[in-house]
Ligand binder design. Structure first.
Ligand code: F6R
Length: 248
């Protein structure tokens, strides 16, 4: 795993947004689509802010962009303000010129039976678009990527998962209490993520320092799913000084 350390998350986020913008523009030169895997949560917010600025001020168009989000809570209504559907609309999609039919986010409002069919279709859809050109990731304190919690298999694909206790407790404040945090989620799998041609993981702040250190310097193990990234040929961790503070 290659890592880059910035003085703060603003500078790191601008660098990542510029990499994404360059990729989108390169694809435009050959009239190709650009397939982006996107994350929610606090880590990517400034990347999205910079992409919006590039759209408004520097003519960056998203007409050739197709997106696949990592995950969604289950069960979850898509207009619920806690949903990742709502998050993506509010932090990115409503400000840019992406075509609505090019946006894909796992479904949280269906039955369990429907979900397994939709998960298989999600995988097929990514493949039919030629695979993910670029995957943006955050990391949870359980070392989850997407919602692939400890125990996730290397060959896992998009599926329903049970959230770890620590993940639910970290989400408790935004849900106004742990009892309101869904117990399940639908997430891309480890294999789905690792098939991306390029992966950038963002981690900011002291509370990510320990998991970043374990992920980069520890063994590859299903107990720390992000450690699977060690086996990907083109992954960069973009860190601030605090998140990098325990690296040797
Ligand atoms: C979000 C996702 C999660 C988050 C992780 C970190 O789509 O897949 O893996 O990236 O929980 O969350 P933040 O960025 O809020 O610390």
């Amino acid at each position: 795993i290659h890592n880059v350390i910035f003085d703060n998350s603003v500078l790191g986020s601008i660098a990542v947004a510029n990499e994404i913008a360059t990729l989108i523009r390169e694809k435009q030169k050959t009239n190709s689509i650009c397939v982006l895997g996107l994350a929610t949560g606090s880590s990517p917010i400034k990347v999205y802010e910079e992409l919006i600025r590039l759209h408004k001020e520097e003519n960056l168009s998203f007409k050739n962009v197709v997106t696949f989000n990592l995950d969604e809570y289950f069960p979850m209504q898509h207009d619920d303000i806690q949903s990742y559907h709502y998050f993506m609309k509010e932090h990115l999609f409503k400000y840019i010129d992406i075509l609505p039919e090019n946006v894909h986010i796992p479904t949280g409002n269906c039955s369990l039976e429907e979900s397994s069919v939709l998960c298989a279709q999600y995988e097929e859809k990514i493949k039919s678009m030629g695979g993910l050109d670029f995957q943006l990731l955050g990391i949870g304190r359980t070392a989850h990527i997407g919602f692939n919690e400890p125990g996730s298999h290397l060959n896992s694909t998009t599926r329903m998962v049970t959230l770890d206790h620590l993940t639910r407790s970290d989400a408790a404040s935004s849900f106004l209490g742990m009892e309101n945090v869904p117990k399940k989620a639908v997430t891309m799998g480890i294999s789905t993520v690792l098939e991306a041609k390029r992966i950038v993981l963002l981690a900011w702040g002291q509370n990510k320092a320990e998991v970043v250190q374990e992920t980069i310097e520890g063994d590859v193990t299903s107990k720390k799913p992000a450690s699977y990234l060690q086996n990907h040929p083109n992954v960069t961790f973009v860190l601030d000084q605090e998140a990098a503070s325990l690296l040797t």
